[in-house]
Design a protein around this ligand. Structure first.
Ligand code: SF4
Length: 724
């Protein structure tokens, strides 16, 4: 089919940030291709980018605002909504939020920013929260993915983004992949990493409990017991010290606290670590030598490191080793938490966090806060850091938070211990969901505001390697849906009127480029990046403080943001829930190639035909003991709840560990997970909790086939079916 036009944009799924050409005919995207001359993907796309964007035309897209009718019933009752115009819906939202602010203060309201929305959308949402509502209660899903990485890296070096660019990957010398099933979660990055091995002869060390595809390319695979990462990394550091493989010049010139740290390493012998983790001591020694003696070595990690009740310690253990070996500050060396969603990096950079404005400028710093207050026409702003997402459920149950404004997120799929989270949301006085589809959380909402997809708006996303890239309008909005930034501006002005804020903080913009200009005027790291430059260059890596600056593909050549890199002494002792006689398996959760996060998007695309239902991955030994085979049904239960789903027998997970993807609302893995938090990062333990597994009968009408349409499985509802 011939296209009317092709529009260059950025893939809406993962943090690789692949450039896509959207081929449009008659207002519909009928094909997606990748430009061969554009970074970061140079012609490559994975199945999601190539075939998954058809969700933008799914018939269940929200088209008009919805207002809940049955407000006299408990929030847990089946929702009944009616359609409304934008004025009526936004007036209602403004009336209710203004009333709650007057009665209980701004801290009684919390907002969820959105890692799928643009930088400009998120900048404006946090501006509304801070300048109009007067609270710092704004957070987003990075709390649930890389908060452990962010906390650890901030403590050790003062910066939490990837230190190296994707372009460096295929020239790597030595690298470690840990806690990342890169082939499925960052597929195009995995291609560059595999090229480094096959074409560049790079040495790859994989540290992961699952036999992921990257192990096929590895020189060494360290298969640790889930949750024992600190033991393995500290033992590697022990070997580096004992064999004097560290880099004395780097330690002297760039770090602090080394002598205290090496004393603390004495007991972390490889033999001790073998007992704790199951990784042979000799493999730990070999991995330490490979990493320390490499000309250049980089570490890449994902949720397996971060999503843990000791995620901060996991990150600090990795950082200690990198500092000790001087594997930072050069091309092909560094520390690289692979960011999950398309714009999770940008959402954090845009101030979607409860303790910082844009680019990690702290709200409790008087000078920084004063600069933002002046720009937003306020005498001052609230200096107290706000609540984190994982603290909101308890705050709602205690009545301290009364209203949630949720932009593009689905906490009732993504939060741990979902029954507890649902109970908390049911206590709230007012819930607003702004999204392109109904989701599980929206079924509890008082007002639903229809927003547009990535293909219907302009703006920027920032990918995992800090590259800021354009998103461009390709098709017209669906129904009466509006861009997130337009909705936020409209609501902010209505709120200012109701709250008597006679001087506006400024919510009149004609185009997202004007929002970006305001953002960069307040953010030194973005100072040299404007839309014209993005148009010319395709993308720029921040920090980029001036127009003449080339951008920063890799970081820390001369110094760290905190000055010297700091070694942190660590104890070993897991807080994770351990298996026992009643719940004998370890549950680990994660993603599969064909789906994305809560499934809101990918389950409304053709991708769902490839992987249409929830599965639990069982080791063959465990499957044999349970008397089940692939295709059978089991009930998986933890102390928090139970789900039923289909078995997939595979040697990928080790014996005693089961793996469940979290994309499937009808068998939500987070019903099972534990809401115990890392004390510093406040991230839950999504990778380790205790469950039991028992064979069960298939649900009515289901045998070994998986062909029931999604609507019957309760996963997808459209607006027409819900309006009365
Ligand atoms: Fe999109 Fe990520 Fe796939 Fe690239 S690798 S096409 S950014 S999902």
């Amino acid at each position: 089919m011939l296209s009317d036009r092709e529009v260059r944009s950025t893939c809406p799924f993962c943090g690789v940030g692949c450039q896509v050409d959207l081929h449009v005919r008659d207002g519909v995207i009928h094909r997606v291709s990748a430009p061969f001359d554009a970074a970061p993907n140079y012609g490559m796309l994975c199945v999601k980018g190539r075939f998954g964007t058809d969700y933008v035309s799914h018939p269940s897209r929200l088209r008009k605002p919805l207002i809940r009718v049955n407000t006299d019933e408990p929030r847990s009752a089946s929702p009944v909504w009616r359609e409304a115009g934008w004025d009526e819906a936004l007036d209602l939202v403004a009336d209710r939020l203004a009333a709650i602010r007057r009665e209980s203060g701004g801290d009684a309201i919390a907002a969820f920013a959105c890692a799928k929305a643009t930088n400009e959308d998120n900048y404006l949402l946090q501006k509304l929260v801070r300048a109009v509502l007067g609270t710092n209660n704004v957070d987003h899903c990075s709390r649930l993915c890389h908060a452990g990485s962010v906390a650890g890296l901030q403590l050790a070096i003062g910066s939490s983004a990837m230190s190296n660019s994707i372009a460096e990957m295929e020239h790597l010398d030595t690298f470690i992949v840990t806690g990342s099933n890169t082939t499925e979660t960052h597929p195009v990055i995995s291609n560059f990493l595999k090229r480094a091995v096959r074409q560049n002869g790079a040495q790859l060390i994989v540290i992961d409990p699952r036999k992921i595809e990257m192990t096929d390319f590895a020189t060494l695979w360290l298969r640790q017991r889930p949750g024992t990462d600190v033991a393995v990394w500290q033992a590697m550091a022990h070997v580096v010290v004992k064999e004097k493989l560290y880099n004395p010049d780097f330690i002297r010139d760039r770090t602090e606290g080394f002598s205290d740290y090496i004393e603390s390493l004495e007991s972390f012998t490889p033999e001790w670590a073998e007992g704790v983790s199951g990784v042979p001591a000799e493999d730990i020694r070999q991995a330490a030598r490979l990493y320390a003696q490499a000309r250049a070595a980089a570490v890449y990690w994902g949720m397996g490191i971060s999503q843990s009740s000791h995620g901060t310690d996991n990150t600090l253990a990795i950082t200690n080793l990198a500092l000790m070996c001087g594997q930072l500050g050069r091309e092909g060396t560094g520390l690289n938490p692979l960011r999950g969603q398309n714009n999770v990096q940008g959402c954090s950079d845009s101030g979607g966090l409860p303790y910082v404005f844009t680019a990690y400028q702290r709200v409790d710093d008087d000078g920084i806060r004063g600069r933002f207050a002046r720009a937003w026409n306020r005498a001052d702003l609230n200096p107290a850091p706000g609540l984190m997402i994982t603290e909101l459920a308890d705050a709602a149950l205690a009545g301290a938070v009364r209203a949630f404004y949720i932009m593009g997120e689905d906490p009732l799929t993504s939060e741990p211990n979902l029954n507890h989270a649902r109970h908390a949301l049911e206590k709230l006085d007012f819930i607003v969901c702004q999204d392109i589809f109904l989701n599980t959380t929206a079924e509890l909402a008082d007002v639903i505001l229809p927003s547009v997809s990535f293909a219907e708006k302009d703006g920027t996303f920032t990918n995992s390697d800090r590259r800021i890239q354009r998103v461009r309008t390709a098709i017209p909005p669906v129904g009466e849906s509006r861009a997130d930034w337009e909705i936020v501006c409209d609501l902010a002005k209505r709120l200012e009127t109701r709250l008597g804020q006679t001087v506006s903080a400024g919510f009149d913009y004609g185009h997202p480029s004007e929002i970006w200009e305001e953002m960069r005027s307040l953010t030194p790291d973005f100072g040299g990046i404007d839309y014209a430059r993005l148009e010319r260059e395709g993308g720029v890596h921040w920090p980029c403080p001036s127009p003449a600056h080339p951008g920063s593909p890799y970081l820390f050549e001369d110094s760290f943001p905190r000055g010297r890199g700091k070694f942190w002494k660590l104890e070993y002792g897991t807080e994770s829930e351990q298996p026992d006689a009643e719940y004998p398996f370890i549950l680990s959760t994660g993603r599969v190639l064909y789906h994305w996060h809560g499934g809101t998007l990918s389950r409304r695309s053709k991708l769902d035909e490839v992987w249409p239902e929830a599965t639990v991955e069982l080791n063959p030994e465990d499957a044999g003991a349970l008397g089940v085979q692939t295709g059978d049904w089991v009930k998986v239960a933890s102390r928090r709840g139970a789900i039923e789903l289909r078995v997939m027998v595979t040697g990928r997970s080790p014996q005693g560990t089961v793996f469940i993807p979290f994309h499937f609302v009808e068998a939500a893995a987070n019903v099972l997970t534990l809401d115990r938090l890392d004390p510093r990062a406040k991230i839950p333990d999504f990778k380790v909790c205790a469950v039991r597994v028992a064979k069960t009968d298939p649900p009515a009408g289901r045998d070994r086939a998986s062909d029931a349409p999604l609507t019957e499985r309760g996963a997808i509802k459209d607006q027409a079916a819900l309006v009365h």
